[in-house]
Write a protein that binds this ligand. Structure first.
Ligand code: HEC
Length: 468
């Protein structure tokens, strides 16, 4: 089966009227391309790198080199060109651009024009230009010193910070799991005194040394009184390599209570020296006394290959042959109306791709998104408000995962092995998380009508919704 054809045939039906278009040029890009003969570091390249790369490429981060001065950038010019041309940098964006929804709040990718500007500059011998034009670079903080929501999204500091009980990771050992549970009030810097609603969360290493030992950090709230379904505890936030933030739609939140307990699930690995692993979670709240319209379920897992209806343990069917593939598929019928605000895949080293499709109650079938997997970054892709999939009660969700155990998979440590389910990265997992909120019938109907109106308006302006 040719993958291109398979996706090509499904791509016709479009839920949010989003089609894959190249990202539109900014005014600045057009100026670069049209008016200027020569592309220079000072005028063109430094601003692109400052905005898109230096946050990670400065001393004290996990990135291998700083890209802050002309000398640095010139030295790595060829590698920069390759890494932007093949869209490996900026990293962490694996939404397939040829199918499904393309409108996200946190897409870090360069525009085609920016990539072309960099390529032209490198091909022209990386000229420096007039350095007096160059604005002074920003001061950058280490991974453990900044909050992306504060420093990049402009949200102000978190309302309180959770610090997980620390764990000593030995210099040499297998994977470690650390799963303590404690009173929330014992691990926050500013305990809350009344019921509050969470708008967003961000996980960061507690100090510089801890930045390299975490595979994932999952937290959940534990609450005894679950009489009101809306208000039970459940997951708080999950973070993994490359994933820091969770952000809810601005009418949705998650309840947190002063006497909640909090459970942590930390998956850690050794890096050749002993590390006292510390992690912090910043929490942004709705104002005191304000209750958002909806209590969100947030990230909800859809497993491929889970024989749930047969009550079998998860991934019973997973058995990936050496030098081969396995495709796993799970189907789920929604028993309530759902609005989806984010998507995040999860596989390990044999991950190939994952895909979420919807079959609507009227029979239409549509690819919502396809994620081309990389084990290095675990981004939550957050939909623009007007692109959030609206899935009515009765919709069938198909979660497909293709496991790739061939030598062509660059992450594959050993294509000669049979691979089965395991929590460790050498075994596999295959689930996809949708950030979801359940919406009552009448309000869901209004959302559908509003969506129709926005799409019609955009179409009338000749402005397909995917272009920004
Ligand atoms: C979110 C953090 C982050 C951002 C943003 C980022 N990088 Fe990187 N970059 C990394 C990390 C970590 C590595 C090393 C691991 C890897 O290659 O994935 C890396 C590796 C590289 C490499 C080395 C690849 C090689 O040849 O081995 C280059 C070149 C590079 N980045 C250029 C860029 C450019 C240019 C941008 C902006 C357009 C950028 N990066 C944005 C984190 C980042």
């Amino acid at each position: 089966m040719s993958r291109e054809n398979f996706f090509g045939t499904l791509a016709g039906a479009v839920l949010a009227a989003t089609v894959a278009l190249p990202q539109s040029a900014t005014a600045q890009d057009v100026r670069f391309a049209a008016d200027r003969g020569e592309v220079t570091y000072a005028a063109d390249i430094a601003p692109i790198l400052e905005e898109n790369c230096v946050r990670c490429h400065h001393p004290g981060t996990a990135a291998p080199m700083a890209l802050q001065t002309y000398a640095d950038v010139r030295r790595y010019a060829n590698r920069i060109k390759t890494s932007v041309e093949n869209r490996m940098m900026p990293p962490g964006w694996y939404i397939d651009s040829t199918v499904g929804i393309q409108d996200f709040k946190n897409n870090p990718q360069l525009s085609d024009e920016q990539i072309e500007t960099i390529t032209r500059w490198v091909d022209a011998g990386a000229p420096q230009g007039d350095m007096s034009q160059l604005a002074p670079g920003k001061e950058w903080k280490g991974e453990h010193e900044y909050w992306q929501l504060e420093d990049e999204f402009g949200w102000g500091p978190p309302d309180f910070i959770i610090t997980a009980p620390s764990f000593t990771v030995p210099a040499e050992s297998g994977d470690q799991w650390w799963e303590p549970e404690t009173a929330l009030a014992d691990v926050v810097d500013r305990p809350i005194t009344s019921d509050r609603w969470v708008r967003a969360l961000e996980t960061r290493p507690g100090d510089a040394a801890s930045a390299y030992v975490f595979h994932h950090v999952n937290t959940g709230l534990r609450r005894d009184d679950q009489a009101d379904n809306d208000l039970d505890g459940g997951g708080l936030t999950d973070a993994a390599v490359g994933k820091r933030i969770d952000m809810y739609p601005n009418d949705s939140g998650k309840l947190v209570r002063p006497d909640d307990r909090i459970s942590f699930s930390l998956h850690l690995f050794s890096i050749g020296k002993e590390v006292e692993a510390k992690v912090q979670i910043g929490v942004w709240l709705y104002p005191e006394g304000e209750r958002p319209k909806y209590a969100t379920e947030d990230e909800t897992s859809f497993n491929s290959g889970e024989s749930a209806s047969l009550r079998l343990p998860r991934y019973t069917d997973m058995l990936i042959p050496p030098n081969g593939y396995q495709e796993l598929r799970g189907t789920f019928v929604l028993d309530q109306n759902v609005r989806v605000h984010s998507i995040r895949g999860h596989m390990h080293l044999r991950g190939g791709y994952q895909m979420m499709e919807a079959i609507y109650p009227d029979g239409r079938r549509e690819v919502i998104n396809k994620i081309n997997w990389s084990h290095l970054w675990h981004t939550t892709h957050i939909y623009e408000d007007w692109a959030q999939p609206l899935l009515p009660k009765g919709t069938v969700i198909i979660a497909t995962s293709l496991m790739d155990n061939t030598a062509q998979n660059p992450s594959n440590p050993d294509p000669e092995q049979w691979v089965v389910y395991n929590r460790r990265s050498v075994g596999e997992m295959a689930h996809i998380r949708f950030g979801i909120t359940y919406i009552p019938d009448e309000e869901f109907q209004q959302m559908l009508e509003e969506r129709e109106r926005v799409l019609a308006e955009q179409a009338q302006r000749g402005q397909p919704i995917a272009s920004r």
